[in-house]
Design a protein around this ligand. Structure first.
Ligand SMILES: NC(=O)c1ccc[n+]([C@@H]2O[C@H](COP(=O)([O-])OP(=O)(O)OC[C@H]3O[C@@H](n4cnc5c(N)ncnc54)[C@H](OP(=O)(O)O)[C@@H]3O)[C@@H](O)[C@H]2O)c1
Length: 332
C-alpha cells in the first residue's frame, strides 16, 4: 500500500494521546518528529521507532521524506506552522482551532487550495468512535432531526501555561467548545444563521450557546465547569424519537439510550471517543484524501466555519446580542 510520509510538529501529552492511533495508520509512515525541546523529540523518536528527529520545525518541513505534517503545537502557532508547511509544499493535518481569527483561517484555506494541498482540521468528533455514526443513526432511527442539545463538563477548573492566556489559546470557545460548535453544524448538515452566547469565555466559568439553524431548528451547547469529570453528552431529538449519547473523555466508557415513538427503549453502547481507533481513522482519512485526491471529511471549509462560529459566539458575549451569520459570504 502506498504510504504518506508524515512529520509530527510538537511533542506533548497530546502527542501521546494521538500516537497509538497514528502509529498504526495503514497508509501513513511517521518519518520525522520535531519539538522545540530537542531532547523531547529525540526521546519520543527513540521510544517509538521514528527515524529522524529535530529541534527545528523548518528542518522537518523541508525534509524530502516528509509529504505531510501534523501541527501539534499551541493554538497561537497553528497559523504560522501551517503557512510555513504549505509554503514547502506539504499537506497539513492541523490541530483545532485552525486559527485564532476567521481571516487567518481563510488565508490558510486559500493558500492550501491554491497549491492543491490537503488541509484537514483535527476536529476529531466527526470521525470518533461513539460519534461518527450519529448522522446515520438519526436518519434511520429517529429522524428527521428536530433539536440538538450538547453538554460538556470540564474539570479540573483551571488551565495553565499558554491555555491560561486567552490571547494565546483563544479562550474556552476556541480551545474547547470549537469541537461542540463543529459537532452541532455537522449534525444539522448546514450553516447556522445566528449565534447567541451567555456566560464567560474563560476557564472555570460556565458558558451557554444557542445556534439558530432557521425554520425553528436549533442546537444548544451548555458548558459546565462546576460539576465533576470531563464528559460530553449529545441529545439528538427527532420526529420519531431521541438518541442520548454520553462519554467520559478522553477514553472512558460511553453510554447510549434510544427511545422511539413505538415506545421501545434500548441502551448499551461502548466507545472510546479519543481512543486508538479514532486517531487511526483521523490519520488514515487525511492520508486517503492526499492519495486519492478526494475532499477531506473535515475540510478546511469546516475548519473556517468552526472558527467563524467561535468568533461569532465571542462577539455575542461582548454585545449581549445574537451574532448574525446569515449574510456570511462563504469562502468556499
Ligand atoms: N483535538 C483535540 O481534542 C485536542 C485535545 C488536546 C490538545 N489539542 C491540541 O494539541 C495542541 C498541543 O497542545 P499541548 O497541550 O499538547 O501543547 P504543549 O504541550 O504546550 O506544546 C506542544 C509542543 O509545542 C511546543 N511549543 C510550545 N510553545 C512553543 C513555542 N513558543 N514555539 C515553538 N514550539 C512551542 C512544545 O515545546 P517543547 O518541546 O519545548 O515542550 C511541544 O513540543 C494544541 O493545538 C491543542 O489545541 C487538541
Amino acid at each position: 500500500m502506498q504510504k504518506v510520509r508524515v512529520g509530527l510538529l510538537g511533542v506533548s501529552w497530546w502527542t501521546e494521546v494521538v500516537w497509538p492511533g497514528f502509529s498504526i495508520a495503514e497508509n501513513a509512515e511517521i518519518t520525522w518528529v520535531a519539538a522545540r525541546n530537542g531532547e523531547k523529540a529525540r526521546d519520543f523518536a527513540e521510544k517509538n521507532g521514528i527515524g529522524r528527529w529535530t529541534d527545528n520545525y523548518l528542518e522537518l518541513m523541508g525534509a524530502p521524506d516528509v509529504d505531510a505534517v501534523f501541527v501539534g503545537v499551541p493554538n497561537y502557532l497553528h497559523e504560522e506552522m501551517a503557512l510555513a508547511a504549505l509554503a514547502k509544499g506539504k499537506h497539513v493535518l492541523q490541530e483545532k482551532p485552525m486559527a485564532l481569527t476567521v481571516e487567518k483561517a481563510i488565508a490558510q484555506k486559500r493558500i492550501a487550495d491554491h497549491r492543491g494541498l490537503v488541509l484537514m482540521v483535527d476536529q476529531e468528533l466527526r470521525l470518533a468512535d461513539g460519534v461518527r455514526d450519529l448522522p446515520d443513526m438519526i436518519e434511520s432511527r429517529i429522524g428527521p432531526l428536530r433539536k440538538v442539545v450538547i453538554g460538556l463538563t470540564l474539570a479540573p477548573s483551571h488551565w495553565e501555561g499558554w491555555r491560561a492566556d486567552p490571547k494565546l489559546c483563544g479562550g474556552t470557545l476556541f480551545e474547547m467548545v470549537i469541537h461542540e460548535l463543529d459537532l452541532a453544524r455537522w449534525l444539522w448538515k448546514r450553516d447556522p444563521l445566528k449565534i447567541l452566547a451567555m456566560g464567560d469565555d474563560v476557564p472555570g466559568k460556565d458558558l451557554t450557546i444557542l445556534l439558530d439553524f432557521g425554520h425553528g431548528d436549533s442546537a444548544l451547547i451548555d458548558v459546565c465547569w462546576r460539576s465533576i469529570g470531563f464528559r460530553i453528552r449529545a441529545e439528538c431529538y427527532g420526529e420519531r424519537g431521541y438518541i442520548l449519547r454520553e462519554a467520559e473523555l478522553p477514553f472512558g466508557a460511553g453510554k447510549q439510550t434510544i427511545v422511539t415513538a413505538d415506545g421501545r427503549e434500548e441502551s448499551g453502547f461502548e466507545a472510546s471517543v479519543q481512543g486508538q481507533a479514532t486517531f487511526k481513522r483521523v490519520l488514515e482519512t487525511f492520508c486517503e484524501s492526499i492519495l486519492s485526491g478526494c475532499a477531506a471529511p473535515i475540510s478546511s471549509d469546516d475548519g473556517v466555519w468552526a472558527v467563524r462560529m467561535a468568533q461569532a459566539a465571542r462577539e455575542s458575549l461582548r454585545t449581549g446580542h445574537a451574532a448574525d451569520l446569515s449574510g456570511v459570504i462563504k469562502p468556499i
